[in-house]
Design a protein around this ligand. Structure first.
Ligand SMILES: Cc1cc2nc3c(=O)[nH]c(=O)nc-3n(C[C@H](O)[C@H](O)[C@H](O)COP(=O)(O)O)c2cc1C
Length: 322
C-alpha cells in the first residue's frame, strides 16, 4: 500500500510558495509550444543554469524532448491571465499574442518580470515528471513585481521590512489600542484630510460642500434625499440650508422642492470638483510614494473589502437610485 496520500502530498507541497513561469519552446514541425510551470528553480550561477519539471502526460512533452532550446518567463503580477491561458491543455495558447523570437527560434513573451533563454543541457527522469536543466544563454530582468503561487492559488507578495518583525510580536501581546484598525484608519483619514482642508478652506468649501461636489462629480443630478442618505454616515446632513452656500456661489443648481429637489453641478461646480479630485490625488500620491505598487494594490484591495464589510446601507455611489 502506498503510505503517501497523493492529494495530501500535493497540498503539503503547496505550502512552498513559488513564482509562476511560462516555459516555451518550438517543436520539430515549427509549432510554438508552452505551458505554465511553477517547478522552476535556479541551479547554478557559474555556469548559469536553471531547471524545471514537466509531467510526462503533458501534451508538450514531445516538443521539450525534441528541442535543443527553451525559454522561461517569470510572470509579473499583471500576467495571471497568461498563466491561466498556458495552464489549459491543448488550447491555442499563442493566438493573438505579441511574440518575439529567441535562441533556437523559441517564442518569447512580453510583460514578464524576467526572461531566460536556455540551451537544453540535461534531461533527467523524475518519476512521473521529466526534469529539464537549461544553460542560460541570455536573460532579461524587467523589474516588474512577480506573480506568486501559494497553496493552490495566486497570491501577491509584499516585502517584509525589518520593522515588521517587531510588529508581528505586538499583534498578540500588545493592547488593542495601538493596532486597532478603527483608530489607524481614522488617523490616516484625518491626517490626509487635514492636508486637503487648507485647499478647501481657501476656496470656502465646507464638509458638506466637499462631499456633495465629490458625489455629483461621479454622477450628476442627485436628489437632496439621495445626497443626504450618502453623506449621513459621515455626520453632517444635506438639506436646502446646507446647500445654500454652494448654490449662492453658483457651484450647483437646484431644481424642484424639498427632499426630492434635484441638485446639478454648474460648469464652475464641475471645474472645482475636478480640482478637488486632483488635489486629493496629489496628497494620496505623496503619501504612497514610499510604498511599492504591489503594496498599494494589496492595501487598496483590503481596505475596499473592509469598506464593503462595514457598509451601512448607503445608496451605491455609481448606480442610479431606483
Ligand atoms: C501555477 C501552475 C503551475 C504549474 N506547474 C506545472 C509544472 O511545473 N509542471 C507541469 O508539468 N505542469 C504544471 N502545471 C500544469 C500545466 O500548466 C498544465 O497541465 C497544462 O495544461 C499543460 O499543458 P499541455 O498539456 O498543453 O502541455 C502548472 C499549472 C499551474 C496553474
Amino acid at each position: 500500500m502506498n503510505p503517501i496520500d497523493p492529494r495530501q502530498f500535493r497540498n503539503a507541497l503547496g505550502a512552498f510558495t513559488t513564482g509562476v513561469t511560462v516555459v516555451t519552446t518550438r517543436d520539430a514541425q515549427g509549432q510554438d509550444v508552452g505551458l505554465t510551470a511553477n517547478s522552476f528553480s535556479s541551479v547554478s550561477l557559474d555556469p548559469p543554469m536553471v531547471l524545471w519539471s514537466l509531467a510526462k502526460n503533458s501534451n508538450s512533452l514531445p516538443a521539450f524532448m525534441g528541442s535543443d532550446h527553451f525559454a522561461v518567463h517569470i510572470l509579473s503580477t499583471r500576467q495571471q491571465p497568461m498563466s491561466d491561458r498556458f495552464a489549459k491543455r491543448g488550447a491555442d495558447k499563442f493566438g493573438g499574442l505579441d511574440i518575439a523570437r529567441g535562441h533556437g527560434e523559441v517564442p518569447l513573451l512580453n510583460d514578464c518580470a524576467a526572461r531566460f533563454e536556455c540551451r537544453m543541457a540535461y534531461r533527467y527522469e523524475g518519476g512521473d515528471h521529466m526534469i529539464f536543466v537549461g544553460e542560460v544563454l541570455k536573460f532579461e530582468h524587467f523589474n516588474l513585481p512577480s506573480l506568486v503561487y501559494q497553496s493552490g492559488g495566486y497570491a501577491l507578495a509584499v516585502k517584509k521590512p525589518a520593522e515588521y518583525a517587531a510588529e508581528d510580536a505586538s499583534y498578540s501581546s500588545e493592547s488593542f489600542g495601538r493596532n486597532a484598525l478603527t483608530y489607524l484608519l481614522g488617523r490616516v483619514y484625518h491626517q490626509m484630510r487635514f492636508q486637503l482642508k487648507a485647499f478647501l478652506d481657501e476656496r470656502g468649501i465646507d464638509d458638506v460642500g466637499h462631499q456633495v461636489l465629490g458625489i455629483l462629480g461621479i454622477r450628476d443630478g442627485r436628489s437632496i434625499g439621495e445626497l443626504d442618505a450618502m453623506v449621513r454616515v459621515t455626520g453632517p446632513r444635506v438639506d436646502l440650508e446646507s446647500l445654500a452656500s454652494l448654490e449662492g456661489r453658483g457651484l450647483v443648481k437646484i431644481e424642484g422642492q424639498g427632499a426630492g429637489a434635484v441638485v446639478h453641478l454648474t460648469d464652475s461646480g464641475r471645474d472645482l470638483s475636478i480640482e478637488i479630485v486632483a488635489a486629493t490625488k496629489s496628497i494620496e500620491d505623496d503619501a504612497l510614494e514610499v510604498f511599492d505598487p504591489t503594496e498599494v494594490q494589496v492595501m487598496t484591495h483590503l481596505v475596499r473589502r473592509l469598506a464593503r464589510r462595514t457598509s451601512v446601507e448607503t445608496p451605491p455611489l455609481w448606480k442610479k437610485a431606483d
